[in-house]
Ligand binder design. Sequence first.
Ligand SMILES: [Zn+2]
Length: 281
Amino acid sequence: MAALKKNKVILVIIDGLKYQTAIEQCGFLEALVESKKARRMKMIAVLPTLSAPIYETLHTGVQPIHHGITSNDNLRKSNCDNIFSIAKTGGLVTAAAAHSFFSTLYNEDPYIPIRDQEVNDPDKPIQHGRFYSEKGYSSYNISLPSEHDLMNQGSMLVDRYKPNYLMIHSCSCDSIGHQYGGNSVEYSKQAWQVNDQLAQNIPFWMDQGYRVLVTSDHGFTESGNHGGSSEVERWTPYYDIGHPNPGIGSEEVSQLSVAPSILSILGLSIPKKMNAPLIDK
Ligand SMILES: [Zn+2]
């Protein structure tokens, strides 16, 4: 494999994947740790442990109570410096394959599918966007979209546009977790499925020179919920493929560190508000 370069990052957010399930089910990611190609750390989610507030925190390095998106139901366009806007302003190429919430946060509010679902626009923070929604299914326990299609879409964006920053967001563990609970066989099998699709794409991304970060926004309770402050909700995995000190990290890291760490890898300056310590230092 080619040596990892310092200026290209892929962030994979596996929605609703709790820390312990990642260790138990994500054998490919654990193989990268065991073979000293990645560092795995326990990441502590900010509060509330809800998706939209944490998507914004992961991209701004700011607590929900400060960036203002405190619920999935008060989603609006971000008004903070964020990885996408800083990278675009810095002349880098950005891309995402993700839930439509990300289009609302960083490109266009409201999300209008005919305009926003597929975007190639150098003036937008997410320049090459491919977005999906959770609407239109007969029941909630459906993988949205197929993990195979989603990860291949990520590889397509890599191959076609060579983005400096690519964010891939997978929703299926969250959907299955709500339906069956965080201790269910179904939830574990879905985490296995996401890992298996990553196993088919991460080697390509590494070969293309990417630093690949894999994490989740929040964990899950046994009863199929999240939003609170329990350990199963707050403990999330953080795999850093290409970290200078691979292996299993004993430290706990904050989600506030993700945005400044990515900007550092991309070679961009870090706003003062992003004051959490860098993960690779
Ligand atoms: Zn959820």
